[in-house]
Design a protein around this ligand. Structure first.
Ligand code: 9MR
Length: 375
């Protein structure tokens, strides 16, 4: 029997149907519909995939995705509140892949008495970094500043040695493998280029530095151990050379130091001495060490003018360009916003030192840093 099926004009299968007497017209119609449905569904899926790809490729990439894709560690110092405020924490996640605690890991806060350890804020920071695949810098064990009274009152060498080794061991045992770098000692050289007259120097003597590094290495073999300081970034200056000589001595003595930190608290009015900075980076490299830019900010003498902002931008740009060219260990800002800046409280008449303004909006400076990072 032959069934005549009226095929739609665009349907070019009607001949086959006409010439297939063993299959009913109804069944053929069903199959055709099914094929059409499958094709329609397939087209929809392909369309959706294309659309999604387009949307994703047009979505603006974040600073974070830029630095991640370049394998560059770009970070910032944070306060506990930054992690709790949803807007602040989003800004951190969108921009940075390494964090450091601005204050909470200093002994004044972390170990306020001989027997009390204030772990909770640090635990939260470590958790936040892990959840967001960020690295961490530790700051700091041995410093002359922000120590609790029980440390400032030490007078006996044995007691001081016990506090120093116990503190380092306790922290690095708890957070073993969690920190990328740690400022084992901070600012041990004073502005005249000699070992600073700190509580550690007075009670233990100059060997406290070697002891601190050896203790840290024993507690966590994986963390990079750093000696950090300010005004140490230029070769050929009193402090820069004193810092280098101290570090070279440590390397010669086989002390387990992995790198040095240049804090880089800069002034907009003083352009970067690129030659002296690069010469310094090179000589630490030649000792087998890494260099980190650990506390970058560039303060402006108020009031802010477009000229001063341009000068500030040039300083930031030079530092970032050199950091990328020299492939330094990490580039960390000492704060992202003028809203929480340490600058006005310390340098009267100065401010506007960071890439985000008082309202946490990116400044023109931010865009210029991003361009360098995108290269
Ligand atoms: O930014 C920190 C500020 O909140 C503290 O009041 C101050 C106390 O000295 O320390 C600031 O951070 C310093 C860092 O730990 C070491 N290098 C210099 C930084 C700016 O003073």
């Amino acid at each position: 029997m032959l069934y005549l099926v009226r095929a739609p004009p665009e349907d070019n299968t009607h001949e086959i149907i006409y010439n297939t007497p063993t299959v009913t017209g109804e069944k053929i119609g069903e199959e055709k519909n099914m094929i059409r449905r499958i094709i329609r569904r397939g087209t929809l899926v392909i369309g959706a995939v294309i659309l999604l790809t387009l949307v994703l490729s047009c979505a603006p990439s974040t600073m974070r995705s830029v630095v991640d894709s370049r394998g560059f560690l770009f970070g910032v110092a944070v306060r506990p509140g930054d992690l709790l405020d949803p807007k602040d924490s989003k800004l951190l996640k969108d921009n940075f892949n390494i964090l450091v605690a601005e204050n909470i890991m200093k002994l004044q806060y972390l170990r306020p008495t001989a027997t009390f350890w204030n772990w909770s804020d640090v635990d939260s920071l470590v958790r936040f970094a892990e959840e967001n695949r960020m690295k961490l810098r530790g700051h700091t064990f041995v410093w002359h500043n922000q120590n609790p009274p029980f440390i400032n009152n030490l007078s006996d060498k044995e007691a001081a040695l016990k506090v120093l080794t116990e503190t380092i061991t306790e922290v690095l045992t708890r957070y073993k493998g969690k920190f990328y770098e740690y400022d084992v000692c901070n600012e041990v050289i004073d502005d005249n280029g000699i070992l600073r007259n700190s509580i550690w120097m007075r009670t233990i003597g100059p060997e406290y530095i070697d002891i601190a590094f050896k203790t840290a290495r024993q507690a966590d073999p994986s963390v990079k151990l750093i000696l950090n300081d300010y005004n140490n970034e230029y070769a050929g200056t009193v402090k820069g050379d004193a810092f280098y000589n101290l570090v070279k001595g440590m390397v010669d003595r086989g002390v387990p130091i992995d790198g040095v930190g240049f804090q880089l608290h800069m002034l907009a009015e003083l352009p970067v001495n690129k030659e002296a900075l690069q010469a310094n980076i090179k000589r630490f490299r030649d000792l087998g060490l890494t260099v980190s830019f650990t506390e970058v900010d560039v303060r402006i003498k108020l009031p802010v003018t477009p000229e001063k902002e341009a000068a500030q931008q040039a300083v930031y740009e030079d530092l970032l360009r050199i950091a990328r060219e020299e492939n330094i260990s990490c580039f960390v800002l000492w704060g992202y916003t003028d809203a929480y800046s340490w600058i006005p409280g310390t340098f009267a008449g100065y401010g506007s030192a960071h890439p985000f303004d008082q309202n946490k909006q990116p400044k023109k400076l931010y865009g210029s840093l991003r361009k360098i990072l995108e290269k």
